[in-house]
Design a protein around this ligand. Structure first.
Ligand code: ZN
Ligand code: ZN
Length: 418
């Protein structure tokens, strides 16, 4: 088998031929079809974990493998001895790998939350990942079968960018619902406003997943009503100050072409977080877009750097919730009395449960999610992909396609179809 391994930080990955491992007794070997390239793969390549006040290195983790890639879809190549032919998993089944492997003994694993396990054994970090033609999965519980109607290049994106965005939306939902339901009673002319709870859109890392309100897509009449009422409840912030709000979408991007991608994907409105504007003006301009001009009920920060955190915290309304998703953005200043006096909430969300992965697959079959555009790479082009990401030139999601790429699709950005 072949793998692309990080040998030296920020240097080209080394392509290596190694022996194919045996399947673990309760696990399996997956033949990789597609691997999504995540922003945390970029951090791993640069070997830098900025915790704000301390900087760690991936290479300091005991058992670190240097083979990144945790968004993996493929087919079952071989099964461990303990897996019986009667089990619901067979060779050649199409599967997506849930990479957040846990110890299965701690308080989190017992509740099916191995994504926050005390001993993180993740695939693509401490277990060799999907920057390889085959992947070893320790237990069959960590794969989910992919329905035939879902393309494997879409399925591969779900275990990280997909479930992270989805879990963040789920975490924000009670707060958004509480306010929209209250205002629904108060303002009769917005009597349909409770439907807003379905209007979630998400920006995950370098990619955008759009969550649609019904299996049939937007209700145009309702959308117009909401847009004209200019009621924005929620910001989703990602991709260099990328903002999408609910229901009107406000996108603050440094680059016009990225802003255009957001609009293409259904973003209704944008606000530019320009580097030329001072902080006070940016925050005032953003807050003006919110419901009742008092700030946003919920904000999901997929970037989560010092700048985005402080700005997003300032754009929250009283009792609002800031959900932090982006990793390794350093530290931030926080007014402690403001948290108390305004009853603001801050919550971290780290990927999601395997149940979320199953729910996302179901939503895909019902056409309730629009995946981001895809740019394909071959395994020996991963370094190029990481460089593009680092320079902010990746539009949509970079994905490694294993096997032959036809010349017409290679290197092109294609709107994924489902
Ligand atoms: Zn990831
Ligand atoms: Zn655990």
């Amino acid at each position: 088998m072949e793998q692309a391994r990080i040998v030296t930080a920020s240097e080209p990955l080394q392509i290596e031929q190694i022996d194919l491992p045996s399947p673990p007794p309760d696990g399996l070997i997956v033949k990789t079809a597609f691997t999504g390239i995540c922003h945390s793969d970029l951090h791993q390549w640069q070997d830098k974990i900025d915790l704000g006040g301390a900087v760690l290195k991936f290479t300091s983790f005991p058992g670190y493998k240097g083979v990144a890639g945790h968004e993996i879809s493929g087919t079952v190549y071989s099964l461990g001895d303990n897996i019986k032919p009667s089990d619901d998993l067979q060779v050649n089944n199409r599967v997506v790998v849930y990479p957040w492997i846990g110890c299965q003994q701690c308080q989190y694993c017992i509740k099916n939350c191995s994504n926050i396990c005390d001993k993180r054994l993740y695939i693509g970090l401490l277990i060799a990942g999907g920057f390889a033609t085959y992947v070893q999965v320790p237990h069959k519980r960590y794969v989910v079968k992919v329905p035939d109607s879902i393309p494997m290049e879409i399925a591969c994106m779900l275990p990280c960018s997909g479930i992270t965005a989805y879990s963040a939306m789920a975490a924000a939902k009670p707060d958004v619902e509480m306010v929209t339901e209250f205002e629904d009673k108060k303002m009769i002319r917005y009597k349909n406003v409770h439907k807003l709870k379905m209007f979630y859109r998400a920006v995950g890392g370098d990619s955008v997943f759009t969550y649609l309100p019904t299996p049939k897509g937007w209700n145009e009449e309702f959308k117009n009503q909401i847009v004209t009422s200019n009621r924005a409840y929620m910001i989703l912030s990602g991709l260099n100050l990328y903002h999408i709000t609910n229901p009107c979408c406000y996108t603050g991007l440094c680059k016009e072409e990225k802003l255009a991608v957001a609009r293409q994907l259904g973003c209704d409105d944008t606000v530019l977080w320009s580097r030329d504007k001072d902080e006070k003006t940016i925050m005032e301009d953003t807050v003006k877009k919110s419901c009742c001009k008092q700030g946003f009920i919920a904000i999901v920060d997929f970037v989560n750097t010092t700048t985005t955190f402080e700005r997003n915290f300032g754009c929250l309304r009283k009792n609002g919730i800031l959900i932090m998703v982006g990793l390794f953005g350093g530290g931030a200043q926080l007014s402690l009395p403001r948290v108390v006096m305004d009853s603001k909430k801050i919550r971290g969300v780290y990927t999601g449960k395997i149940d979320h992965l199953r729910e996302l697959l179901q939503m895909l079959t019902e056409h309730r999610i629009v995946p981001p555009p895809i740019k394909y790479f071959q395994l020996n082009e991963v370094t190029e992909a990481l460089q593009m990401m680092d320079e902010g030139k990746m539009k949509g999601r970079g994905i490694i396609k294993f096997g032959t790429i036809s010349p017409t699709t290679s290197k092109e950005t294609n709107e994924a179809k489902i």
